[in-house]
Design a protein around this ligand. Structure first.
Ligand SMILES: Nc1nc2c(c(=O)[nH]1)N(C=O)[C@@H](CNc1ccc(C(=O)N[C@@H](CCC(=O)O)C(=O)O)cc1)CN2
Ligand SMILES: Nc1nc2c(ncn2[C@@H]2O[C@H](COP(=O)(O)OP(=O)(O)OP(=O)(O)O)[C@@H](O)[C@H]2O)c(=O)[nH]1
Ligand SMILES: [Mg+2]
Length: 462
């Protein structure tokens, strides 16, 4: 165990609630709490049994004034979240009262925790590895049930265990290489090790590939399907965003060019998390502010997983509409023909022809018509053919995906090397590199600055 100072933070959201929790972790946690805690029966926290909750008051030791009425949980390490001694003070849930308790703790020997520092300690003290710690953050941020299931499995160590097993197999393979290097004079040893090496390394490679295959869905579940609404000015793009969000987030007017900037919202469409982006209508424009917006729309378009292309039923197809079809070619898109409550001026046959097999949905968004069909089209596009396998281990985090791709490449080089009969000590280098890269996923052999950066993305008090 590392010797670290005692940290404290408010671990519940800033705002009014029924209760709010101030959490302390570290060697001095119980002693510090005792300095400001007074129980009616006179007991002290340092003498109560571990994992008990205790009623009492928080008092300012300088004035002896009662500051708060609380329940204090005492949990002695190592069987705690951080493996250190932990105190949790359950206050009345008002901003002023929790802050007063926190201030007293800080003036009585604790230091304010940095974002993610409690979870970082769980990592530094070896209770969880890096991929599990990252999953804790994903769990908090999860926007749908499915995203949460992926995070929980990763937190339980599913991914870590798989990575550990692969690393173990690489080590065993390396042991065979050693034999080969140590006894090069035995030809039959070389024969055998070659076959074995190729078999073992191919096995590892195919497991890495299987994992990488889950990454696209995993990433979408975690980060949301990047969905961009495009269309000419005034066709109803912002109305579409509002219908899907079921709330008025984007300003809707009949003035073309209303949306100047990009609006981003998370929505849950039948279990598919969408990171929905409403853009400024794409057209040639003179207005400089609007032009920046249009420029950014094009940028978003490039990075989208799904495009919602909106057309106007009450208007003829224009050259700009056709350019939009051109721009989204090769991407996943759904065509929405809006304003069907008005008279038809669009050539629908032409729309179907341009859509060339992509779904076409008609809507009258002012009357909330067609939204169901659109949601259906989105969810069937996402879940097409691959109903989420319950026991699949997903990779969802860009850092992990990047490392796994590197590992795949390294093991590939090792395999090609063995097959082409290059010196075995070169193969050894590639295998070792694969082993190291995989280690970074679970936080073995990672640089300290990366660890700091990862944990700093957490919420305060986590
Ligand atoms: N009040 C409170 N609720 C909370 C947390 C917390 O810190 N405080 N958690 C914080 O995010 C989560 C719970 N996570 C936890 C994970 C591990 C351990 C823990 O003590 N693990 C030990 C002992 C397990 C055991 O008793 O067998 C261990 O793994 O060694 C505690 C909480 C959610 N709810
Ligand atoms: N009749 C009718 N009007 C609609 C429909 N959907 C949207 N509108 C109206 O069309 C106008 C433009 O809607 P917006 O959602 O602001 O269009 P937009 O594409 O975001 O426009 P810009 O941001 O200016 O590019 C508003 O007056 C809406 O009320 C519809 O289905 N039928
Ligand atoms: Mg708009």
């Amino acid at each position: 165990m590392l010797e670290l100072d005692t940290i404290a933070a408010i671990s519940t959201p800033m705002g009014e609630g029924a209760i709010a929790i101030v959490r302390l972790s570290g060697e001095e946690a119980i002693a510090i709490a005792d300095r400001i805690f007074k129980s009616p029966s006179g007991k002290t926290l340092s003498t109560v049994a571990s994992h008990t909750i205790n009623y009492g008051n928080i008092i300012d030791p300088k004035t002896n004034d009662v500051v708060e009425e609380v329940m204090v949980s005492v949990m002695r390490g190592p069987k705690t979240f951080t493996r250190e001694d932990i105190i949790e003070i359950n206050c009345h849930g008002g901003l002023v009262s929790v802050n007063r308790v926190l201030q007293l703790i800080l003036t009585n020997g604790a230091r304010l925790a940095e974002p993610g520092e409690f979870t970082k300690r769980a990592f530094l003290n070896g209770r969880i590895d890096l991929s599990q710690a990252e999953a804790v953050m994903d769990l908090i941020r999860a926007k749908t049930d499915r995203a949460m299931n992926v995070a929980i499995k990763q937190m339980e160590g599913r991914l870590s265990n798989l990575i550990r097993r692969l690393r173990q197999e690489i080590l065993e393979t390396l042991a065979h290489v050693e034999v080969n290097i140590d006894y090069p004079e035995y030809d039959d040893v070389e024969e055998m090790t070659h076959r074995m090496l190729i078999e073992k390394a191919s096995n590892v490679r195919s497991e890495i590939q299987t994992l990488l295959q889950t990454s696209q869905q995993g990433k979408i579940l975690r980060e949301g399907l990047a969905t961009v609404i495009v269309g000419r000015p005034n066709v109803g793009k912002s109305s579409l965003l509002n219908s899907l969000v079921q709330d008025t987030k984007a300003i809707v007017t009949d003035i073309p060019g209303t949306t100047r900037d990009v609006i981003e919202e998370y929505v849950n469409v039948r279990g598919v998390p969408l990171r929905l982006v409403d853009t400024a209508g794409i057209r040639e424009t003179e207005d400089i502010v609007e032009r920046i917006g249009v420029e950014r729309s094009r940028q978003y378009l490039k990075e989208a997983d799904l495009i919602l292309l909106v057309l106007n039923y009450h208007d003829e197809l224009t050259h700009e509409d056709e350019q939009l079809f051109e721009a989204v070619r090769g991407m996943d898109y759904i065509v929405i023909v809006n304003k069907t409550d008005l008279t038809k001026k669009i050539d629908l046959d032409k729309v179907y022809e341009l859509a060339s097999g992509h779904p076409v949905v008609t809507t009258a968004l002012v009357q909330e018509q067609g939204v169901d069909q659109l949601e259906e089209a989105i969810s069937s596009l996402f879940f097409e053919g691959n109903i989420e396998a319950q026991d699949l281990t997903y990779v969802s985090n860009s850092r992990h995906i990047g490392l796994l791709s590197q590992a795949e490449q390294a093991i590939e080089e090792a395999i090609v090397g063995i097959e082409s009969g290059i010196p075995i000590d070169i193969v050894q280098i590639d295998l070792t590199r694969t082993w190291e890269i995989l280690g970074e996923v679970i936080g073995e052999s990672v640089h300290e600055s990366l660890i700091d950066q990862l944990f700093s993305q957490f919420c305060l008090g986590k």
